[in-house]
Design a protein around this ligand. Structure first.
Ligand code: UD1
Ligand code: UDP
Length: 359
């Protein structure tokens, strides 16, 4: 059986690595890996292939950055050609990026069944490009691998019940597998001269935050006013927008430590030892929970509502930076930490379900 996997953005490399290694370990399933090139800087792409030992992609589309329509359109044209040439039994997609949508659209038009990992997530905000990508992908998919029970409920509300599986979250597999390796290999805390539980870690990259200069200004002002060092691995999108809106001076606050995007081991090491994580990233919110670090989500809503209900995640976003400062000073670490993301064997479950498919 042949599975054609489509990835393109940083979190997808991390999600795909756990299944890729099952496919490439003498499996009956052959994996053809397609990298759309949505992310292309070496610290957004190559570093993850090397560190996570993901095989070199069979196809690299080199699509790069562009408007949503043009970027997705270019991917669609190329992926259609590859599906026609490779004739896969299944197209496998992850998450909710433009690469996810291009893979699922191309497959559906050619009647190739789609497997969607991280299905059923909803923010209920269709202004988010990711919400549109995940809605469409879910409605086209044959297998919907849900990380949480809430994801299953979301799909049910949209009339999707067939092919839905509660598998747990594949990022939890990766976190469990790599956490100790990361702590052993990474010396990022000493490089940055920060001590465990004596710094905050922040990431910002969502369009709703970066493309609104007032929001971006409020977020950076809040980080600069915090009472401890803030390590800020800067996503290229955010870096560009800070320059575009001429907000560089907000990064010169003495407590902000701007660094380039980090590799996965350095990121896991910094996440594990942070006092609090402030982020608008989906993956980083989940990892904060998995690593038992309190999180402030710099958004108005989250797809990972269970982490909020469990008391480990607080939503805080406002044009008034003081809202974020208050959220930080109000943080309380809960006593309980329920298992929300499965048992760490998500990749195996997905693999076995796909293996049972008889094309
Ligand atoms: C994309 C995903 C988002 C995901 C994020 C993970 C969509 C719609 N968005 O957002 O869901 O959370 O990836 O990080 O698919 N850039 C570079 N070098 C790179 C990549 C990007 O300089 O290697 C810059 C370019 O200026 C580009 C901008 O970042 O225009 C945004 O990149 P893009 O992939 O379009 O969206 P992300 O914000 O990364
Ligand atoms: N990540 C990383 N280096 C960084 C920032 C994030 O390795 O500098 C990892 C992070 O640990 C998580 C994933 O990238 O596994 C999250 O990706 P991102 O925040 O880009 O996207 P999202 O999850 O919001 O789609």
């Amino acid at each position: 059986m042949k599975v054609l996997t489509v990835v393109g953005a940083r979190p997808q490399f991390i999600k795909a690595c756990m299944l890729s290694r099952l496919f490439n370990n003498g499996s009956e399933i052959e994996e053809i890996l397609v990298h759309t090139g949505q992310h292309y800087d070496s610290n957004m792409s190559d570093v993850f292939f090397k560190q996570l030992q993901i095989p070199k992609p069979n196809y690299h589309l080199g699509v790069g950055s562009d408007s949503h329509g043009r970027q997705t359109g270019k991917m669609l044209i190329e992926i259609e050609n590859i599906i026609l040439a490779e004739n896969p039994d299944i197209v496998l997609v992850y998450g909710d990026t433009n690469s996810t949508l291009a893979g699922s659209l191309a497959a559906s038009k050619l009647h190739v069944p789609i497997a969607h990992v991280e299905a059923g997530l909803r923010s209920f905000n269709k202004k988010m490009p990711e919400e549109v990508n995940r809605l469409l992908t879910d409605h086209l998919s044959t297998w919907l691998f849900c990380p949480t029970a809430d994801a299953i409920k979301n799909l049910k509300c949209e009339g999707i019940e067939k092919g839905v599986y509660l598998t747990g979250d594949i990022m939890y597999d990766a976190t469990l597998h790599y956490r100790n390796i990361a702590l052993k290999h990474s010396d990022i805390l000493s490089q940055l001269k920060v001590s465990p539980r004596d710094y905050y870690l922040a990431t910002i990259h969502r369009a709703e935050n970066t493309d609104n200069p007032n929001k971006l200004k409020a977020l950076l002002t809040a980080l600069g006013e915090l009472d401890k060092s803030v390590v800020l691995p800067l996503h290229p999108r955010t870096k560009n927008k800070i320059e575009f809106y001429n907000l560089q001076k907000l990064l010169s606050s003495s407590n902000i430590r701007v660094v380039e995007p980090l590799d996965y081991f350095d990121m896991l090491a910094l996440e594990s030892a942070a006092e609090i994580i402030l982020t608008d990233s989906g993956g980083v919110q989940k990892e904060a929970y998995m690593l038992e670090v309190p999180c402030i989500t710099l958004r108005d809503e989250t797809e990972w509502t269970e982490t909020v209900q469990a008391g480990w995640n607080t939503l805080a976003n406002s044009l008034d930076y003081k809202t974020i400062l208050k959220a930080v000073s109000d943080i309380k670490v809960p006593n309980n930490h329920p298992l929300l993301f499965g048992d760490g064997a998500t990749a195996n479950k997905i693999y076995n379900i796909l293996l049972a498919y008889k094309p």
